[in-house]
Design a protein around this ligand. Structure first.
Ligand code: PLP
Length: 369
């Protein structure tokens, strides 16, 4: 093998040189230990510019960010929140934490994307919000959901934890609030952290009232913010490099791969927009197996990948798989989400680098054949 993939997963998003420069700056300024200050302010400004919003709340995780966005949208006990049955668990649990009811809608066939056509049927007088994520390099149908939300006066919350810096061309900023994660494995990371972006003064105010308890209850530290600023400044460049790596895999792959890389049609045609923002942002690249593998077969594939240092993992479990029946409502069949959860494998972004993408693809073909 020409390249040792096991070297890659532990790589920090900032180089040693960048970190040394940053820490020298932090020592000189001697303000990192304060409750709040210029780093948090600068990060907020950069995020507001990137997402073209008026307000930014920095917080301790993407998970809490989802809860704050829901609370900000006025979701209360007894309300309903519509979401895809295939999604990260945070949306479901945060909704339940507020005392509201998750309403699960199926995804499009073989795609980790909510089936917007099914959303309207899930709306009841108790529905307060639609929560939707851009998952595994795909893009949620925000425009379509915005129309549905407007018709029924619902809030639309966009979980962008997996796709910071996604092109505005594909993800029109029509949602009421955007949630970001800066958690330990994410594309922008301070180990922990999150943010909620909104242009709604009402949402921002409700979040402020909820989080302010004489002090910030779920804060981000100055040190975390300081580590995120240089990452945000290089985000589009790094996203574009990752997109190029996926592009190289798509073109090298041919037609008889033992899996299908799920990428959008827009991305197949072109990888970045005119501003240099990626048309698909890959926190994890989704590989769809042709059929549901037996559990022991899947275990074997993942073990083989692990032995070769390739960070390949399972998909999310479908949300109806781990919540008590009484704590959510299903809108029709959720078979698409179950099937996807069983057939999808996810490749972590740390190995998506242009120089190694062809040898990576060859390794994956060997493992998954
Ligand atoms: C990671 C993730 C979150 C939660 O972020 P944390 O910072 O880890 O709490 C929420 N939604 C999605 C889609 C995620 O991938």
């Amino acid at each position: 093998m020409s390249f040792d993939f096991s070297e890659l997963p532990r790589r920090s998003p900032l180089s040693g040189e960048q970190l040394q420069q940053l820490f020298a700056e932090l020592i000189a300024a001697d303000t990192w230990h304060q409750y709040s200050g210029s780093y948090g302010e600068q990060l907020s400004t950069l995020l507001r510019e990137e997402y073209r919003t008026e307000h930014c709340t920095l917080c301790c995780s993407g998970t809490i960010g989802v809860e704050l966005a829901l609370r900000g949208a006025g979701v209360r006990s007894g309300d309903e929140v519509i979401m895809a049955a295939y999604d990260f668990r945070a949306g479901l649990v945060c909704t339940q934490q507020i005392g509201a009811q998750p309403v699960l809608v199926d995804v499009l066939p073989e795609q980790p994307v909510i089936d917007a056509e099914r959303v309207a049927a899930a709306i009841t007088p108790r529905t307060r919000a639609i929560l939707v994520s851009h998952l595994h390099g795909t893009v949620a149908p925000l425009r379509q959901l915005r129309e549905i939300a407007d018709t029924s006066q619902l809030s639309l919350i966009e979980d962008a934890c997996q796709s910071p810096g996604l092109s505005h061309e594909v993800a029109d900023r029509v949602s009421d609030a955007v949630v970001l994660s800066f958690g330990g494995s994410k594309l922008l990371t301070a180990g922990r952290g999150g943010a909620v972006l909104t242009s709604s003064a009402a949402i921002a105010q409700r979040i402020r009232i909820h989080t302010w308890r004489g002090n910030e209850a779920v804060p981000m530290s100055e040190l975390q913010a300081a580590l995120l600023i240089p990452q945000l400044q290089q985000l589009h460049e790094v996203n574009a490099a990752r997109a190029a790596a996926v592009r190289a895999m798509l073109t090298a792959g041919g037609v008889d791969l033992p899996f299908r890389m799920l990428v959008t049609d827009e991305f197949r045609k072109c990888q970045t927009d005119e501003s240099g923002r990626a048309l698909a942002v890959f926190y994890k690249l989704p590989l769809l197996l042709p059929s549901v593998p037996r559990p022991e077969q899947r275990e074997r594939l993942l073990r083989m990948a692990q032995e070769r240092g390739i960070p390949l993992g399972t998909a999310f479990q479908a949300l109806h798989g781990f919540s008590a029946r009484s704590r959510f409502r299903a809108e029709g069949s959720l078979d698409g989400a179950s099937n996807l959860a069983d057939r999808l494998l996810l490749l972590h972004h740390s190995v998506l680098q242009p120089d190694h993408s062809v040898s990576l693809l060859q390794e994956l073909v060997q493992i998954l054949s």
